[in-house]
Structures are given as C-alpha cells and as structure tokens.
Design a protein around this ligand. Structure first.
Ligand code: GBH
Length: 433
C-alpha cells in the first residue's frame, strides 16, 4: 500500500521545552544565542503541539492521511543524553502513538531530527564517536516502549544538512563552522544509524529506514572543471550518505582532504545493515560550477529560469523524478523501497478575506511533485510513500517563524489552526488514491 502522509519534527512544533523533565537540546541553546535565528525566534512555544496534539491528530484524521511522520525529542527521553529513560517523556509519545492509531494513522517515528541533548554536545556532539553509542542506547529505550505500536522507524533525518549547516557552516545548531573539519560528524551520525538500527531490531522494531535529503546535481556547463566540481558536490551531498548505507563503502572523498581517519574496522558493516526502505527528502536540484573556495572544490551557481518559493528555492518538480530514477540507476537492486519522507514549499500564506489561505502556489507545487513521483514509479522505481512537509506552519530553523510550510496555517499569537486551500486539495487528492 502507498502511504500518503504529512511530516513534522519535534523542535519545530512541540514547544513545552522545560516540561516534564525535558533537558535542553542544542537547538534551545542556539536559538537563545543572539543573532543566530532571524528576529530571535525560538522553539520555546512553537505550535504548542506538546499540549495541542489531540487537535493536530484530529486535523490529520480529517485530512485522511495514512501515516504521520514525527520525530522524538531525545532530550525528553534522556534529559542529558544518557542513563535511564524519563518516564514522562516516553509517556508523551505513547499518548501520541495511541491517538494516531485510534484514527487509523500509521505512526512513522524519526529518532533524530537535529535536537541533540546539549549535554552530549558539551562532550563533542557528533564529532565524538561516543555519541553514536549513546544514540543506540536511546533508540533501544524508545523501541522497548513503542515498537509494538510503531511499525516504521527512521533513524536520522538529513545527516547531510545537520553536518553541513550545523558543523561546517554554522547556520544551524550547534553553530560550528569547521568546513571540511565537519566530516567526522558525517561518519559518527552514520555509525549512530548503524548502531541504532541494530538496537531497534533487537527491540522488536519492524521497518527501519534512514532519511537522506538528496539533490540532483546539475553541472553549470560542459567544461571539465564544472563537471568535476559537480561530481565533487554529488559526492558530498548525496553519495557520502547513500553509498555507505546502501553499498557499504565511502565514495572517493579525496577532493575534501585526507582520508577520514575516524572510520574503524567493522563500522561500514554496521552502517550497511539491510534496511526496509530509504527515506528521501526532496526540495530542489542544485547547479554547481568550479572553482571552489574555503577548501571546498565547488561553487553553488544557483538556478535561474524557474519559479521560486518564499525561501527563494527553485521549483523543479521533474527534479524529483530525476532524483528517484537516478537512485535506481546508481544503486539498482541495492536500493530498498523508497519513501518520499518530505516534500513541500514555503509561501507567504497570509490569511485573506474570511480568514482563508488561498495557497494556489503550494497546490501547484504539490501537484507537480506528486506527478513526478508517479512518473518515477512508471519508470520502475519502487516508491511507497509521499509525506508533505509540513502538516503545520512551524519553527523553520534559522528563519524562525518567517517561512510557512504548512498545509495548516498557524497564527502563532493565538495558536489558532486554519486549514489552507492546499489542505483541502490534498484531502481530495488522497481520497482519489
Ligand atoms: C528539511 O531540510 C528539514 O528536514 C525540515 O526540518 C525543514 O523544516 C524543511 O526541510 C524545510 O526547510 O539554496 O535554493 O539550493 C531541508 C534542507 C537545505 C533543502 C537547503 C533546500 C537549499 C535550497 N534544505 N536547500 S537552495
């Protein structure tokens, strides 16, 4: 069965950041540092989903989705990243999961969507090998409690973005700008994925996936220098995270400096343990040129000639077909079933007369991308799900509340939820199957 769904993430919607024993995460720290997030916005309250989850489940039930992809806040389960589980933290997700199941909605739980317990960051975060083992302990605690009712588990969300924005460029928590010095954060996240996969399986988890965000890479020209830059970028953004998981080996990283010396014997066997699916988040292709700078062998040349979202990201629906068929071409039988675990766009979405939000551009975006998924399936890719990012307008990381991605408008002053035109459109699209 093909799963239609919506996706969210803990820090972006929950709020309740000091309640019931939750510890601080790197995003609490980062968002409270002046100048990090636009206008000083934080996730302290966000969509107040921690209290309003029954209303949010009701919105999804009315929408008619098959599945809901949410993430679990590690610092609710282990406030300082280690030790026994905080029962109140587990209870929250227990209630959420039962509430979803009562409405026939399949819970798909992501274990890590960037909100690392601050205490682990203080010990090096994902630059430290030990974090991978701590992640597996946390995975075991959660699965022990929920695996009987959660059929689908996603270890990591977008390890590329967490490494690149969080450790290489400093735009996201933990705010480090180490450039190529960030690469160990890739390996340790992947090792964490491998160790957590084993822990999940040992505790009865059914399906285990990882979610990688991938981008089709377009060379800016046929010039050999541009082609080489594009190849280097494809390696960093896509293959660094897909190859170890699906093929059990790292791509050639020589354009980024000396070999990764944090890789130990046996790591790649863990990282490449068989999965039940590959989660793919797609937003847009990337156009790459030579030369690089800052020790990086490429330049992002930007894409022109397409409509753009409120974020300025180009809207290229066929890029999703290109991406999915490209994965099939590269990985062949090593590619497990694919789930599009995020796709969507930000739009201004100001309520118009009568309080309605007529987000026609989002409808066009979703329609085009769903067609691209259908085309990829017709071309032989085993695609089994499509999750819209996002159910609700929410805390959009460094942009705070300035970018709205929801099918449902949130008035952050009152927490009033208003389904947008795209919500009604998606409801009909799902009903047609
Ligand atoms: C996802 O990341 C996250 O998983 C989610 O939490 C987040 O809210 C959502 O997407 C929306 O941002 O400069 O034009 O080339 C998305 C990662 C990284 C995808 C930046 C688009 C650059 C577009 N994004 N990327 S462009």
């Amino acid at each position: 069965m093909f799963l239609w769904g919506t996706a969210t993430a803990s820090y972006q919607i929950e709020g309740g950041v000091t309640e019931d024993g939750r510890g601080p995460s790197v995003w609490d720290t980062f968002a409270h540092e002046p100048g990090r997030v636009r206008d000083g916005h934080t996730g302290d309250v966000a969509c107040d989903h921690y209290h309003r989850w029954p209303e949010d489940i009701a919105l999804m039930a009315d929408l008619g989705v098959d599945s809901y992809r949410f993430s679990i806040a590690w610092p609710r389960i282990q406030p300082d990243g280690k030790g026994p589980a905080n029962p109140a933290g587990l209870d929250f997700y227990d209630r959420l999961v039962d509430g979803l199941r009562e409405k026939g909605i399949v819970p798909a739980a992501t274990l890590f969507h960037w909100d690392l317990p601050q205490a682990l960051q203080d010990e090096g975060g994902w630059l430290a090998r030990d974090t991978a083992s701590r992640f597996a302990d946390y995975a075991a605690l959660v699965a022990e409690r929920l695996a009987d009712r959660v059929p689908m588990w996603i270890t990591l969300n977008e390890p590329f973005v967490h490494m690149a924005f969080g450790y290489a460029m400093g735009a996201h928590a933990p705010g480090l700008a180490l450039l190529t010095g960030a690469l160990p954060a890739a390996h340790h996240q992947l090792l964490g994925h491998g160790l957590a996969t084993a822990a999940l399986r040992a505790n009865g988890a059914g399906q285990v996936l990882i979610t990688n965000n991938c981008t089709p890479v377009w060379p800016a020209s046929d010039d050999p220098a541009d082609l080489a830059a594009a190849e280097a970028y494809d390696i960093l953004h896509n293959r660094l995270f897909n190859d170890p998981v699906l093929l059990g080996r790292y791509p050639d990283l020589s354009a980024y400096g000396p070999a990764l010396d944090c890789v130990r014997d046996g790591d790649l066997d863990l990282i490449s343990a068989p999965l039940d699916g590959l989660g793919i988040n797609y937003y847009n292709p990337t156009r790459i040129a030579a030369p690089g700078g800052d020790g990086l062998p490429f330049t992002d040349a930007g894409i022109t000639g397409y409509p753009v979202t409120a974020f300025g990201w180009p809207v290229v629906p066929d890029g999703l077909r290109e991406l999915l068929t490209g994965l099939k071409a590269r990985y062949g039988d090593a590619l497990p079933p694919v789930y599009v675990t995020e796709n969507g766009c930000s739009q201004p979405d100001e309520p118009g007369p009568g309080g309605t939000v007529d987000d026609q551009a989002r409808i066009a975006y979703l329609d085009g991308h769903i067609r691209a998924v259908e085309q990829a399936a017709a071309e032989g890719v085993d695609v089994r799900g499509y999750y819209v990012w996002s159910l609700l307008d929410n805390f959009e990381w460094a942009e705070g509340y300035h970018q709205r991605f929801g099918l449902v408008h949130v008035d952050f002053a009152t927490q009033r939820r208003t389904p947008k035109a795209s919500y009604h459109w998606f409801k009909e699209r799902i009903a047609r199957r």
